[in-house]
Structures are given as C-alpha cells and as structure tokens.
Write a protein that binds this ligand. Structure first.
Ligand code: ADP
Length: 494
C-alpha cells in the first residue's frame, strides 16, 4: 500500500508524477533544491521539503539527503522520475533499507542494466542480438586497439557506464583510435567516475527504436509497443513518435519479442525501456535498457490510452499489471517534441532568463507537459528543457499537421527557445515522408536553418515598439521558412 509519495525531482516530470498521485488519491511531497525555481511545480504537490540550496550534485543526486527528506515528511514511497538518481541501484537499495517503497524496478535489475557491457553479456545469454563489438573486462590499450582493428571502421567508442551520449566517439580510421579512446576514458571518468569502455561497430544511418515494457516483478511482462526516437542531436532525442514510420508489423513483432525476453531476463518490475538500433537493412540490435520512466513516455500513453505513472503506483502497491498483452492496441499516431531554452541559431547554446509571457497550445489531441509557466526563472544550474508538446491524431499526417499548428500557437517570450526550429523539423518534407534516421538533423542542417527575409529585422523593430499591446503574437513562423517576429526577436523581453 502506498499513501505518500516523495518525488526528488524537478520540472515537468515532477508535475507529471504529482498529477498521477492526486488522481490515485495518494499524497505527494516534492523534494527540491532551493537553487531551482519551483514555484510552478510545487503547486501540484501536497507538501514540499527542501534538499538544501546546492546544485544537482548536492541536492537531487545526494542519496542520504533524499532519504532523510523522505523520512521527514513520512513518505512511504519514492518515485525518482527520470535523470538524477533514477537509475542508481544505490537509491533503490537505500529505500529498501529505510522501509520506503521504491517506485521502479528491483535494485538488482537496475544494477544488471547499469553497465552497457554487462547488459550486453546478459542479452547475449538471452539470445537478443547486440551490435558486433568488444565488451570485455580487459581495458588495456593494446587490447582495445586490437579489438578495434578486428571490428573495423567506422567504430563507436562508448563509456560502459554512459548515458546522455557522453563519452561516445566515432572513429573513422586507425590513426584516430588512440586519441578517441583516451578522450572517451577521460570524459567517462569525469561524468560517471568509471572509465571502462566498450567498442561497437558504428552503424551508418541507423534508426533508434525502443520498446516500452512493463512488469509486475513476478514474471508477468507486457510490451506497450515502440517509439521511434531517431531524430537526435548529438545522440540526444529531440522528436519521438509512435508507431515507428515505415516499419512492417513483422519487424516490430520480432523486436517486441526481444524486448520482452530482455525484461524477463531481469524479472523486471515497473516501467522500463529496451532500446534498439536498426540498420537500413532492418537488422536490429539491443543498445541498452533504461530502468525507469522515459522522457518520451507520453507518445505511448497517447496511442494506447494508458497512464504509465498510475500503473507504476499500482504495481508498487503490490497490485497486478493493469493490462494483459491483448488489451493493448495502438490507435492513431502521436509525436512528441522537447521544448528547450536554447538558441538553435547559435550552436543550441542553453539560454537563461525569466519567462515573460507563456501561452500553451491546446485543442483536440494536444498535450503539454510543462515544468514552467509565466514568470518562471530559467537558470544555468539545471537542464534547460521547459516542456514537452505531444500531438496525437488518427494518422501520422494529421499528427504532423496538428504539431505544426500547435507549435505555431505556442508562445514563450523572455528566453530564446527551439520552438520555431522544431516546427521546421516536423514540417520538413523528409520527416513528412517518414525518412528518419539518427543522421536526419545533420543531413538536413542547411534546410533547417532559419531563413531571414530582408524585411524581417525592419518588421521586427517596428513591432517591438508596439509589442506590449500585442496579444495575438505567436512564436512560430508565419509560413514555413518565413520567420515570425518572435523568432527574430528571440530573447527580447516585455
Ligand atoms: P546513451 O546511454 O549515452 O544515451 P546509447 O547507447 O543509448 O547511449 O546510444 C545513444 C545514441 O547513440 C543512439 O540512439 C544512437 O543514435 C547512437 N548510437 C549508439 N550506438 C550506436 C552504434 N553502434 N552505431 C551508430 N549509432 C549508435
């Protein structure tokens, strides 16, 4: 039984979890850093508890502080969200020791999937295909070099403890190898305190397709179909959708079977994701398993009409899986984009500021999961993701049309955002045709750039003086390729 859930997290995912708690009649407590602007997020919680005023390391990432906070509010369960401590077996174990229900998998499943090398070993034992490569314990430079030459080029050097694309290097020839290994080791040590590497064949023009799985910890596991997350920038997802375009049912069923096998191998409990990389010839390989809720879980929720967080709460309280495999049917299409405070015109540098005006899009099939609102401060200490916009419709084409419209309606002033750029991505003819791969943003970089009409700056400055009165302004381009005044003004503040 769960009566009060503590959430040591921030932004939209904290809001998402609090909403589910309220619907389930469970009390919620937000554990927050005072360095973060939590004025919006805390509205959704029954109570709050400070983790101190430090940055992420000193607050959201400090296991003993988090456990103390849970005890101080009398929480009997903890939902870690994503990021921060969500994939640390140490937190799951500390919760168990403190008699707090960890809303997620068993510590042993997290540990088994925490290292990319170890999870590859497990997958090989289970008969799930992995990318050809080297995942051995011997990390001496001569061994890594010999293995790299055996695998051939191009090659991907990866941090075994990695995440978020850190410590990952593409090596195109033998003479780049040593420098790439050393720099990946340095980066991995700095980011994860662990410099073990693995080597994989670098697959050219792949797609990233992942399966949502869900287990009750007693061997019952279902899959909730796939998400295509191929639109990535620097190995980080930007646009996600479900179903994956242009794939046969047969391919998707084979991947679903492999995903279930992977989850069964660790007696998985709660929500998890099995990630695959798919070659242009439709061969698929296991990449890794994420033992937590993913940022992109809403596209699954929208196409299956499920609530993954409520299901996590139910299973954590000892309940059964709310669905059998046969209950789960994909309907229509859903697309998610991640809205960031960043400047697409200047190397996507994170932006800071106070959100001066904020109006979310709405209407049928439009869902916004936001962590900010008007007057929220966007600082430098935490991730600059502001919100996620999810659009669903009966067909992929209609979902794209809806996303185009919703992005046009989205108003965020006071800090630059990627809203107008995202609109160029989703309305790109290649995206419309479902021709997605992890190279999409690189291949189409030029056609995704903002085109400034010679008149735009003049129009912008004329409107700037009138803007305080302008209510119907939008963030998005007036027409694809033509910048709106807000796009041009960027960080201009009211
Ligand atoms: P992380 O845990 O850092 O996110 P992943 O192993 O999940 O790392 O990979 C992240 C992304 O990097 C993938 O979605 C894919 O775009 C790319 N990638 C990973 N492995 C390969 C590979 N062997 N070949 C080509 N691209 C890869």
């Amino acid at each position: 039984m769960v009566s009060k859930v503590i959430v040591p997290n921030r932004g939209e995912i904290a809001v998402r979890i609090a909403r589910a708690c309220r619907e389930a009649g469970i009390a919620s407590a937000l554990a927050f850093s005072e360095a973060d602007d939590t004025r919006y997020v805390r509205r959704f919680f029954d109570e709050t508890v400070s983790l101190g005023s430090g940055d992420a390391r000193a607050t959201y990432l400090d296991v003993s502080r988090v456990i103390d906070a849970a005890r101080s509010v009398g929480a009997d369960a903890l939902h870690p969200g994503y990021g921060f401590l969500s994939e640390r077996a140490e937190l799951a174990a500390a919760c168990e020791d403190a008699g707090i229900t960890f809303i997620g998998p068993k510590a042993s499943s997290i540990a088994a999937m925490g290292s990319k090398a170890e999870s590859r070993h497990l997958m090989q034992r289970l008969g799930v295909p992995v990318v050809p490569g080297y995942d051995g314990d011997d990390q001496a430079l001569p061994t890594l070099t010999a293995e790299a030459l055996r695998i051939g080029f191009p090659l991907l050097v990866k941090a075994s403890a990695g995440g978020g694309g850190k410590g990952m290097k593409v090596v195109r020839s033998a003479d780049e190898l040593q420098a790439a290994i050393e720099s990946a080791q340095r980066e991995a040590m700095k980011a994860f305190g662990d410099d073990r590497l693995l080597l994989e064949r670098y697959i050219e023009e792949p797609r990233h397709v992942e399966f949502q799985i869900f287990g009750d910890g007693r061997g019952n596991i279902v899959h909730l179909f796939e998400r295509d997350c191929s639109i990535q920038r620097r190995h980080q997802k930007v646009v996600e959708e479900s179903p994956a375009p242009r794939y046969s049912d047969d391919l998707r069923q084979r991947m679903a079977k492999a995903a279930i096998a992977a989850a069964q191998g660790v007696e998985y409990r709660s929500a998890g994701t099995v990630e695959f990389i798919v070659t242009p010839d439709n061969e698929f390989y296991f990449l890794e398993m994420n033992t937590r809720l993913q940022v992109e879980h809403p596209v699954t929720e929208q196409t299956l009409d499920v609530d993954l967080v409520r299901a996590q709460l139910a299973v954590a309280a000892g309940g059964e899986l709310p669905w059998s495999q046969n209950d789960l049917r994909q309907r229509g299409h859903a697309i998610e984009v991640r809205i960031y405070a960043e400047d697409p015109d200047d190397r996507f540098l994170p932006q800071t500021g106070t959100i001066a005006r904020y109006v979310e899009p709405s209407g049928p099939g439009v869902r916004v999961d936001a962590g900010v609102t008007e007057r929220s401060e966007v600082g430098v200490k935490f991730d600059p993701m502001l919100a996620k916009l999810i659009c669903s419709a009966p067909t992929r084409d209609a979902a794209i049309d809806r996303m185009d419209r919703a992005l046009r309606d989205y108003i965020i002033l006071g800090t630059k955002t990627n809203v107008a750029w995202l609109r160029r991505v989703v309305t790109h003819p290649a995206f419309r045709d479902g021709l997605v791969s992890t190279r999409f943003l690189t291949d189409h970089a030029e056609s995704l750039e903002r085109t400034i009409s010679p008149l735009a700056p003049l129009v912008a400055s004329a409107l700037a003086s009138a803007a305080p009165r302008a209510n119907a302004a939008t963030n998005a381009d007036a027409a694809p390729g033509v910048p709106s005044v807000w796009d041009v003004l960027g960080g201009w503040k009211t």
